[in-house]
Design a protein around this ligand. Structure first.
Ligand code: AMP
Ligand code: ZN
Length: 134
């Protein structure tokens, strides 16, 4: 498979490693949105968490937290935005799951998760809730 992040795992492409364990690799994003912008990838190729088993997702989450701790203790930012873009419609450019760890600093000019989209759709919250029943 022609996957740039699998090539990083296989050491065919270099990276700036921040944290690594048996299940994940965390490295600096080469086009950072913020100082210390890091991506955390599972060593096994998955496009999204929906394809992972519960144990695979748990192991991945443990790795994401460890990477977060490493970035936090090293750079001591004032906060973070953490998450992933899932599928093309949501901005996923690399089809190998990666959680973005974006450190935030006072006065950095960034926004919150709420700045990703402002379009509540054509249903009320109550109507959406009805879809979850049964
Ligand atoms: P996304 O839009 O969520 O798929 O994000 C993909 C991210 O991967 C972008 O922020 C890119 O800057 C980053 N990226 C792509 N290639 C590399 C690479 N070789 N090393 C580090 N980061 C990369
Ligand atoms: Zn891959």
């Amino acid at each position: 498979m022609d996957c740039i992040f699998c090539k990083i795992i296989n050491k065919e492409i270099p990276n700036y490693t921040v944290y690594e364990d048996e299940n994940v690799l965390a490295f600096l994003d080469i086009f950072p949105c913020a100082l210390g912008h890091t991506v955390v990838i599972p060593k096994k190729h998955f496009e999204t968490p929906l394809e992972m088993s519960v144990d695979e997702y748990k192991n991945y989450s443990v790795g994401v937290q460890a990477a977060l701790q490493k970035v936090n203790s090293t750079l001591k930012p004032a906060g973070f935005n953490v998450g992933w873009n899932q599928n093309k419609v949501a901005g996923q450019a690399v089809s190998h799951l990666h959680t973005h760890i974006i450190p935030r600093f006072e006065g950095d000019g960034g926004g919150s998760m709420h700045s990703i989209i402002k379009n509540q759709g054509e249903k009320t919250v109550q109507e959406v809730y009805e879809l979850f029943k049964n």
